[in-house]
Design a protein around this ligand. Sequence first.
Ligand SMILES: Cc1cc2nc3c(=O)[nH]c(=O)nc-3n(C[C@H](O)[C@H](O)[C@H](O)COP(=O)(O)OP(=O)(O)OC[C@H]3O[C@@H](n4cnc5c(N)ncnc54)[C@H](O)[C@@H]3O)c2cc1C
Length: 332
Amino acid sequence: MFTRRSVLSVGAGIAMGSLMEKAMAKADEQTTKRQDFDVVVIGGSFAGQSAAMQLARARRRVLMIDAGKPRNRFAKTSHGFFGFDGKSPQEIVETAHRQLLAYPTAQILNGEVISAEPSESGFQLELADGAVHSAARIVIATGMKDELPNIAGLAERWGVTALHCPYCHGYEVAGRQLGVLGAGPLSVHQAALVADWGPVTLFLQGQTELDADQSALLTARGVKIEPSPVVELLGPAPELEAVRLSDGRTEPLGAMFLAARASFVSDLATRMGCAQEEGPLGPYLKVDDQKMTSVPNVLAAGDVAAPMPNATLASAAGLTAGVSAHQSLIFG
Ligand SMILES: Cc1cc2nc3c(=O)[nH]c(=O)nc-3n(C[C@H](O)[C@H](O)[C@H](O)COP(=O)(O)OP(=O)(O)OC[C@H]3O[C@@H](n4cnc5c(N)ncnc54)[C@H](O)[C@@H]3O)c2cc1C
C-alpha cells in the first residue's frame, strides 16, 4: 500500500505530480474518514437505536449507520410503542437519534453500508460513499422489506388503508367493512383475528385452500369468504372505498389487511455467512438468546432476526444485542 511518502518519491513530472496529489488527497480523505469503534450498529431504527443506546450508556465508542428507510415509513402514525403511541415514524426516530447523540461516545452517520468484511481488529465496513470504518463487533439491524402482491392500487395505500397488522392499525379503521387478502399462509388466522375490529371478508385470491377446521373457524368468527380475486383497490388513495374483483364486481371496503412475504433489505448478513431460519412470511437471521448470529462477533436484532414485525419487539431485541455486544467485549 502506498504511503504519502512513497507516493511522493515515485511522482516525477508535473502532470504525474498533480495526479499523485489527487491520489494522495483521496487517500488522506479516506484516512480521515476511517475510524475505529468498539461497535458499529448497521441500521438506526427501533432495533439499531436501542442497541446503540446501551453501548453509549456503557461509554463505549459506538457508530450507528442508518440509511433512513424504516419499514413503517409508509404509515402516518405508529401505534403501541411505549410512550410514542400515535406519533409519526419519523418523529420517533428523530427523537431517538437526538437522545443518542447526547452521549459523547456515540456517533450517527446517514449512509448505507455496502460491505462488511472480517479484519485484524474485527470488521471493516465500507459505505456507499466510500468511507471505511472498523469495529470489534457489529450489530445488524437492517430490517426487512415487504413484498406486496402486484395488485393495482395496493402500494399507494400501504400503511394507511392497506395494513399488515390489526394490533398496529386496526383501531384506526375499526367498524369499517374490512378485508383480508389471501396473500399467504397466515391469511385465515388473520381473518379470524381481524373480525374483532369489524365485519370481514377473506379474499382467497385463488391461493388459499380451506380445510374443514379453517372453514369452521371462519364461520364461527362471521368471516365472509370471497373466491373471486381482488384485481384493483378503488377510491382516492390512500383512502380505500371499494375493491374490484376479477369477475367485474365491486365490493365496498374501508381497509384491507394482508400478511405479505418479506425479504432482507440488505444482503450483508447473507454475504457474511450468517445462518438463516425460514418463517411463515420469509427468511430471518438465526440468533441465540444473546442475539449472536452464527458468525462470531456479529449480532443481529429486530425484524431482520425475528419472524414477527413489531417495533417494541425490535427495540427489546436491540437492547439485548447492545448489552450482549458490550459484555462480549469484556468477557469474550
Ligand atoms: C406500514 C407499516 C406500519 C407499521 N406500523 C407499526 C406500528 O404501528 N407499530 C409497531 O409496533 N410496528 C409497526 N410496524 C412494524 C415495524 O415497522 C417494524 O417491526 C420495525 O420497524 C422494525 O424495526 P427494525 O429496527 O428492526 O427495522 P427498521 O425499522 O425497518 O429499520 C431498519 C433501518 O436499517 C436501515 N438499513 C438497511 N440496510 C442498511 C444498510 N446496508 N446500511 C445502513 N442502514 C441500513 C434502514 O434504512 C432502516 O432505517 C409497521 C410495519 C409496516 C410495514
